[in-house]
Design a protein around this ligand. Sequence first.
Ligand code: SF4
Length: 330
Amino acid sequence: MKNEKLLEIKDLYAQYNTDEDIVYAVNDLSLSLDRGRTLGLVGETGAGKTTTCLSILRLLPERIGEISKGEIIFDGMDILSLSEDEMRKIRGKDIAMIFQDPLSSLNPVYTIGMQIGEVLKYHGIYKDDQAIENRVEEMLDLVGLPKERKNDYPHQFSGGMKQRVVIAMALACEPKLLLADEPTTALDVTIQAQVLKLMNELKERLQTAMILVTHDLGIVAEICDDVAVMYAGSIIEKGRIEDIFEGQVHHPYTVGLFASIPNLKVKTRRLSPIDGLMPDPADLPKGCTFNPRCPHRMEVCKTEEPPCVMIGEEHMVKCHLFASKEGGRP
Ligand code: SF4
């Protein structure tokens, strides 16, 4: 079972067609994930991380969202060629998602027990109501909530507890793949640590593969096996956790991301942010999309898309610096 590929995304393009513009949210994205592994998808707001997850579930907003090219193979199935009925059988059962804001993921007029039970009922995994009830209690126990609280409503829980309920819902059917979209962003730091610990334990116990979307490199270091750094809809660097955190060679954007993290050991008056802003996804720069902000920009960067260069067994960097003989290393 180990190292068996669960998810493979090849050359994916996703866009939003609005009245004013076409927003190119995901551009030529390829990644793969083995069973039981956790991939951290890192990048600034607007990098295309959430759109990537929604594309895997085929949940892009109706009418405006479109996967224009590419392939998503999940557990041997071509996700993009499945019917809507077939997709409904997969969502929640084989692939589940935890959204950023637990409050908007829960229905305020149903008890949390009903909401956890609903996914079990829909997928027909448990035969009768008693079995569903038992499973709901088991899930609450698993996420550290008293089972007696199954009859309470979402507003009766704190933010951290609500996120635990959402995690219980997502894991109730023991999905093969969990998409966690900034699951701790809406929580305060102490609750964040508890929820991360819980997700880590559950991942080990259930052998669930996970894509963890975050802009927090500290969380990535704690929980992930592999890391993919996204910029303007593309993966610009990916590798194993040690390649990204301990390796000496990185994409200039990754270097900038690490430089902008405060270091408690170094006395400084200011942080070092990356100059400039993420480009408008409706009007991406030619060549390398990072070129307007890059301190190592060369002429070729303004016109030609950079190649994906392997600089280690599993460490890829998409940058002209590493392909060019003249180019130095940032
Ligand atoms: Fe910088 Fe050029 Fe590399 Fe882009 S391709 S990151 S502009 S050096």
